[in-house]
Design a protein around this ligand. Structure first.
Ligand code: ATP
Ligand code: MG
Ligand code: MG
Length: 554
């Protein structure tokens, strides 16, 4: 195997290893906030962190960044665990920032004692005003020099639930003139009278992100804390927080940043995806049209295809918009290798073989995959009345139409060569039936001269009498715009594609009658499909994962 080139994060790790880091000191983490389901943006972070774990044989923690009880729920914790597991990764420790609430509190008390934090009771407007602007230094507020005793007393009373929300906050006392706005006495704690999904009502003050993340990394001894670029200005504060508590004999985590992944024709923001769910644009977080990991899973994507996609895109220092067709390329490539081929007709047109004995049936051999012999073969029933696709027949057409037309021949996949003789129309002129004859000696695989005869087109088909019906859900992109989230003057909701789902009845070969949710197939000439979780013993439901070719790239 050829060693692939290192991304810039791996270069940082290599450099650290060359300097003072031992290989055993490497530890990474993936730190989702449980306020929604994971999406394709998270997949990039998962592949980065767990990929580093694999490359360096280092542990990776799954850390729930659960400091905001207003938006977080157990349902999201469970969904996140399911998704990371499905991606094929194993975390070392399952951690929760909420497990550190006591340490974080104790450290905050320590800061107060050292004169490095104070309780402020101004309104948020007053505080914002004192903060200044990037070009105007901030000014000290009236509580900045409050006594340690007073601060300790107020902070304890905040914790004891004596104050309503918004009345008091704990702030770090850093530098109101710093060129980094985040260093101008950032808020460390706020009062929230909300039950937490893990700590229930034990706490009514909750630590802010900046007072939590680095400390959590330190407690878990994470060596490299990787986050997206919008946290670059937070790095100084991350380091300041660590300066307050790191002891020399323990590893000091370092924050490094990489670019968020953005994908064309979709949205990667939990808040906005939640809106799609809440407003009923989609049915659920795992609706197969959603760019969530659970939506992609339900749609029929494989973890391998998402990982291969992540590998191809790599990790960048600057944001860009990755074309979603690259993801579709990877899923096609993988499904081509692993799926059995079957025949299904989605827009049926009746075809009658006039010289095939009525009532006779035969079971033809059909190879399951030209890509993988180990997938074996099956039998498909053939009879005098079949369905083909409407678009596979025309009365007349030019030479480039390699399908069925009057007076011409095609091969029926796994079966015989047929010739269209005539057709029947309804009163509006729509073709409702095609009559044809077949060549009895041309059966595929029979070894006769006729069976080897080359005809231009091969069609898929099903025997009407034997076909089983299924609900088939055909998806299109959820957004019509390439960058629905990238318009200043228009909301992403304006670009929702009203035709992102089409539900049709498909007619399938009977080998599919006992399929189970999650199973994947190639419907020959139509695309890749998988069995949806809505399937019951009464009703089969299939999702179209992706078409066989990129029909958008025109
Ligand atoms: P959202 O805005 O969707 O809520 P988030 O960054 O707030 O995203 P978190 O749950 O905090 O979501 O993310 C967990 C990890 O995944 C973080 O390290 C975050 O930086 C990373 N991440 C989130 N979105 C992306 C993205 N689009 N590309 C790369 N990494 C991402
Ligand atoms: Mg976050
Ligand atoms: Mg968020």
């Amino acid at each position: 195997e050829t060693k692939k080139s290192l991304n810039f994060i791996e270069h940082i790790v290599e450099e650290d290893l060359a300097n003072d880091y031992s290989k055993d000191s490497l530890r990474f983490r993936f730190p989702p906030e449980p306020n929604g389901y994971l999406h394709l943006g998270h997949a990039s972070s998962i592949c980065l962190n767990f990929g580093l774990g694999e490359s360096y044989d280092a542990p990776v923690n799954l850390r729930f960044d659960d400091t905001n009880p207003e938006k977080e729920e157990k349902e999201y914790v469970d969904a996140i665990k399911r998704d990371v597991e499905w991606m094929g990764y194993k975390w070392d420790k399952e951690c929760y920032a909420s497990d550190y609430f006591q340490e974080l509190y104790d450290w905050a008390v320590m800061l107060i004692k050292e004169g490095k934090a104070y309780v402020d009771s101004q309104s948020s407007e007053e505080m914002a005003d004192q903060k200044g602007t990037p070009t105007r230094p901030g000014t000290a507020g009236p509580y900045r020099n409050q006594s340690v005793e007073e601060n300790l007393d107020l902070f304890e009373r905040m914790k004891n639930g004596e104050f309503e929300e918004g009345k008091y906050v704990l702030r770090a006392k850093i530098d109101m003139a710093s060129s980094n706005m985040l260093m101008r006495d950032p808020i460390l704690y706020r009062v929230l009278h909300k039950a937490h999904h893990r700590t229930n009502t034990d706490w009514c003050i909750y630590p802010m992100y900046d007072w939590t993340h680095g400390q959590s990394d330190y407690l878990e001894q994470v060596s490299h804390s990787l986050c997206t670029l919008e946290f670059l200005p937070h790095r100084e504060l991350y380091d300041w927080c660590l300066d307050q508590l790191v002891s020399k004999d323990k590893l000091r985590p370092k924050q490094r940043e990489f670019a968020r992944r953005n994908l064309s024709h979709t949205i990667v923001s939990k808040r906005k995806l939640l809106k799609l769910v809440e407003e009923g644009v989609v049915n659920s977080w795992d609706d197969p049209r959603m760019p969530t990991i659970s939506g992609l899973r339900r749609r029929g994507y494989t973890p391998e295809s998402i990982r291969n996609f992540a590998d191809t895109v790599g990790i960048a220092k600057r944001e860009n918009l990755v074309d979603v067709s690259l993801l579709e390329f990877h899923v096609r490539e993988h499904l081509n290798k692993i799926t059995p081929r079957v025949m299904a007709v989605l827009n049926p047109l009746k075809l009658v073989i006039t010289n095939y004995p009525e009532g006779r049936e035969e079971w033809l051999d059909a190879e399951n995959s030209p890509e993988d012999e180990s997938l074996g073969s099956r039998k498909v029933p053939f009879s005098s009345e079949l369905y083909i696709e409407q678009e596979d027949f025309r009365e007349e057409a030019n030479k480039k139409f390699f399908r069925l037309k009057l007076g011409k021949e095609v091969r029926l996949k796994n079966g015989y060569i047929i010739k269209a003789e005539s057709c029947t129309k309804d009163k509006d002129g729509n073709i409702i039936e095609v009559q044809c004859t077949y060549d009895p000696k041309s059966k595929s695989g029979s070894g006769t001269e006729e069976s080897l005869r080359k005809v231009k087109g091969t069609l898929h088909w099903v025997s009407i009498k034997h076909a089983i019906e299924a609900e088939v859900r055909v998806y299109d992109r959820l957004f019509t715009d390439e960058n629905p989230d990238g318009h200043n003057d228009r909301d992403f909701m304006e670009f929702v594609n009203p035709d992102s789902l089409k539900v049709i009845t498909g007619y399938l070969e009977p080998s599919l009658k006992d399929v189970k949710p999650g199973e994947r197939f190639q419907f020959q000439r139509l695309g890749y499909f998988n069995v949806d979780t809505d399937t019951t013993s009464e009703k089969l439901v299939f999702n179209r994962t992706v078409t066989l070719r990129d029909t958008w790239a025109k």
